[in-house]
Design a protein around this ligand. Structure first.
Ligand SMILES: Nc1ncnc2c1ncn2[C@@H]1O[C@H](COP(=O)(O)OP(=O)(O)OP(=O)(O)O)[C@@H](O)[C@H]1O
Ligand SMILES: [K+]
Length: 267
């Protein structure tokens, strides 16, 4: 990311254990009974503004679990950008590398790095011809079903399919591949354990699954940074649990749980 624009905080604090490079988006959410047709104006019944963007979502989830975090991002020099920087601060996220600029902010993928230079890559939104270096440089490559389909050309509708796609992705050079499967949990495999393993999740009453993927990735980054000695399977079970909490409330960051509200056995 080019470092043009003004950084939001000049000082250097304690080093972050989870550093996220990614997008900050302001969600402008209108609730209406149906979508308007092209050119049509309809009545809505609710409007709210929320904080979203895949990079910031993942960073907020990791911070709420107790991680020391920093977000590398760029937002506009406008009221949305100012509010976003304030939101990051409210969530105890370092804004030392959060820039503001008059240029449009862009963010289509996120990389999370901890202080062992372990790289967790979330290829969202996916493009079929992803630069091959993303595979070789990723220690952990985590995508959802549709991203796995775009990247591999395979159909992914079951844990068995996800295992096949994960094998293909690992063949491109990743150390560990995780494919998330919504209510189906996730599938993992690694260079050391190349047989795909399905890790199911809790059965919960889902209210709004928006942002579940980022909650999952943020939680996984937290465990990689703070509980590196846990097995990958255990990290994924716990990340599944946390993401399952997020689907039980509306919105994206508004649905992400804080450590104090989660069972003690997760920490
Ligand atoms: N209905 C659900 N019940 C329980 N857990 C869920 C549910 N949906 C998602 N999850 C949890 O969230 C994780 C990520 O979900 P999913 O695979 O749908 O990601 P995603 O498509 O990137 O999500 P989104 O784009 O909505 O943020 C799953 O691996 C699982 O742990
Ligand atoms: K949600």
């Amino acid at each position: 990311m080019a470092a043009s624009g003004e950084p939001c905080r000049p000082g250097r604090g304690e080093a972050a254990a989870v550093v996220v490079v990614g997008s900050c988006m302001t969600d402008l959410v209108s609730l209406a009974h149906r979508l308007p047709k092209t050119g049509e104006t309809i009545h809505g019944h609710k409007f709210f503004i929320g904080f979203g963007g895949k990079g910031a979502n993942q960073c907020v989830q990791a911070a709420r679990l107790g991680a020391k975090t920093s977000l590398v991002c760029k937002v506009g020099k406008d009221s949305f950008g100012n509010n976003y920087i304030e939101n990051l601060k409210q969530n105890d996220i370092s804004t030392e590398f959060a820039y503001q600029t008059k240029d449009a902010a862009t963010g289509t993928a996120s990389i999370i790095v901890n202080n062992e230079v372990k790289t967790l890559f979330n290829p969202a939104p996916a493009i079929a011809d992803l630069d091959p270096q993303f595979y070789t440089l990723s220690d952990v490559f985590c995508c959802n079903e549709s991203e796995a389909e775009i990247l591999t050309g395979l159909t992914v509708g079951s844990p068995a399919d996800a295992g096949k796609a994960a094998l293909m992705l690992m063949g491109r050079g990743c150390q560990v591949v995780i494919v998330t499967l919504g209510a189906g949990g996730c599938v993992m495999l690694s260079q050391t354990e190349p047989t795909p393993k399905h890790i199911p999740t809790e059965t919960v009453k889902a209210v709004d699954t928006t942002g579940a993927g980022d909650s999952f990735v943020g939680a996984l980054a937290f465990y990689l940074a703070y509980y590196p000695h846990l097995s990958l399977e255990e990290m994924l079970k716990r990340s599944n649990f946390i993401a399952a909490v997020s689907v039980q409330a509306a919105g994206t960051q508004s649905s992400y749980p804080y450590r104090k509200d989660l069972p003690i056995h997760l920490f």
